[in-house]
Design a protein around this ligand. Structure first.
Ligand SMILES: Cc1cc2nc3c(=O)[nH]c(=O)nc-3n(C[C@H](O)[C@H](O)[C@H](O)COP(=O)(O)OP(=O)(O)OC[C@H]3O[C@@H](n4cnc5c(N)ncnc54)[C@H](O)[C@@H]3O)c2cc1C
Length: 381
């Protein structure tokens, strides 16, 4: 087994790290304060191929592998977790399923501009009464000639405030339960597509999370992704793969915590010496570094599994839950290492602490990841 990155992956690491350090990190605290969506930064991301890293060049992507994609998300999230999730949604939750299930029309009209970064995507699955239980959707899509008429609402949708395209899930046949759910690729300028409340959140403040509601929205039948009734399967398969992106976000955020902690611990003097000389602090740093490395390896293994095809839900769930909990625990210890300064907005640690929490919730909570892992483990022996 060779743990070295390929030349292409190394190139992605260098490019993303430089861009993150020079362009993403400087405004991260300000965007957290103002909640401003990073529109201009995303244009620069598009030029670097970050909007569709693993999408083939013929559909506007960078044509790289999933490990390169994970590396990009990791490096960007190390600078700004909000920008990390915006990119993760566009790449994994929108471009990926459009590549896998889209017709030639969908690939040309929607996937290509999304992967090029000329358009931005969002993923509309969650509803007020359908979170972990994603099969319990109430949004309906009724066939009317060559159109479907969509009515209903979605909540907590990342990128919703700025998206041009929404991959949304709606019930086409109530009698069939989860087999009666279908997926639609919708232009957000379609009449009847409305943005509702923009959420005021604990963290990832610049990621444009909002409610969506649909009123007699007419969507052409060719905008259905896959077959009628395939929507739930598409949603679950998409989330299985997308967990690599959120795991990478966790690795990047945890690494940012460690970077800042090492710097601070060497500078902060108490009892006449730097706090980095105290064993308690050294053990915190050692545990953080060890868990980050383990989370990174799980994430890259998940990405490699996705690259090779086949069933990856166990490893991507392991990566997601472990990286999320690593980031949260690192941020908790990070605030502790910074002491009272860690609690102040003047320092980045409290933002890391607030940003880290979401990793244990979205794209499947930690409890749901454990259900997925346990089901696999129990079926293996
Ligand atoms: C900032 C943010 C951004 C988001 N972005 C998007 C997006 O872009 N698109 C989208 O579609 N959704 C998005 N979501 C929704 C997110 O995926 C859901 O919030 C998440 O799946 C959990 O659903 P819920 O909030 O309804 O919690 P619930 O499902 O109500 O869960 C509540 C608690 O019960 C636990 N629980 C539920 N079922 C079980 C079970 N069977 N066994 C054990 N424990 C269980 C959960 O783990 C959790 O602890 C976002 C959410 C947030 C907060």
């Amino acid at each position: 087994m060779d743990f070295r990155l390929t030349e292409e992956q190394q190139m992605m690491r260098d490019m993303a790290r430089r861009f993150a350090e020079e362009r993403v990190k400087p405004g991260a605290a300000e965007r957290d304060r103002t909640h401003e969506f990073p529109v201009d930064l995303l244009k620069e991301c598009a030029e670097l191929g970050f909007m569709g890293v693993a999408i083939p060049e013929e559909y506007g992507g960078a044509g790289m592998d999933y490990i390169s994609y994970a590396i990009m998300i990791e490096e960007i999230s190390r600078a700004c977790a909000s920008t990390g999730v915006i990119l993760s949604v566009n790449n994994s939750l929108v471009c990926d399923p459009l590549l896998k299930y889209g017709s030639d029309y969908i690939k040309k009209e929607f996937l290509t501009p999304l992967a090029e970064g000329k358009k931005l995507g969002c993923f509309g699955l969650t509803e007020p009464n359908a979170g972990s239980d994603a099969a319990n959707l109430k949004t309906t899509a009724k066939k009317d000639g060559d159109y479907y008429i969509i009515n209903g609402s979605k909540i907590f949708i990342t990128n919703a405030t700025h998206a041009d395209v929404c991959l949304l899930f709606a019930v086409t046949d109530k009698e069939k339960g989860k087999h009666g759910i279908s997926a639609f690729v919708v232009d957000t300028k379609t009449e009847g597509f409305n943005i509702g409340t923009v959420e005021d959140k604990l963290g990832i403040n610049a990621s444009g999370t909002a409610e969506l509601y649909f009123e007699d929205m007419r969507v052409p039948k060719e905008n259905m992704l896959g077959e009628e009734g395939q929507g739930y399967k598409i949603a679950l398969a998409t989330l299985d793969g997308a967990r690599v992106g959120i795991a990478a976000q966790g690795v990047g955020l945890a690494q940012a915590v460690l970077d800042e902690c090492v710097r601070y611990a060497k500078e902060r003097i108490q009892f006449g010496r730097p706090i980095s000389s105290f064993q308690a602090i050294q053990w915190y740093l050692a545990d953080m570094a060890t868990n980050i490395e383990a989370a990174r390896l799980l994430t890259y293994k998940g990405a490699a599994c996705k690259q090779n095809g086949g069933r990856c839900n166990k490893i991507t769930s392991m990566a997601k839950v472990f990286a999320a909990e690593t980031a949260m625990e690192a941020a908790r210890k990070g605030v502790q290492i910074f002491g009272g300064y860690g609690y102040m907005k003047e320092y980045p640690m409290e933002r890391f602490f607030r940003d880290a929490k979401i990793l244990e919730i979205y794209e499947g909570t930690s409890e749901i990841q454990r259900i997925v892992i346990a089901a696999q483990v129990l079926s293996e022996v």
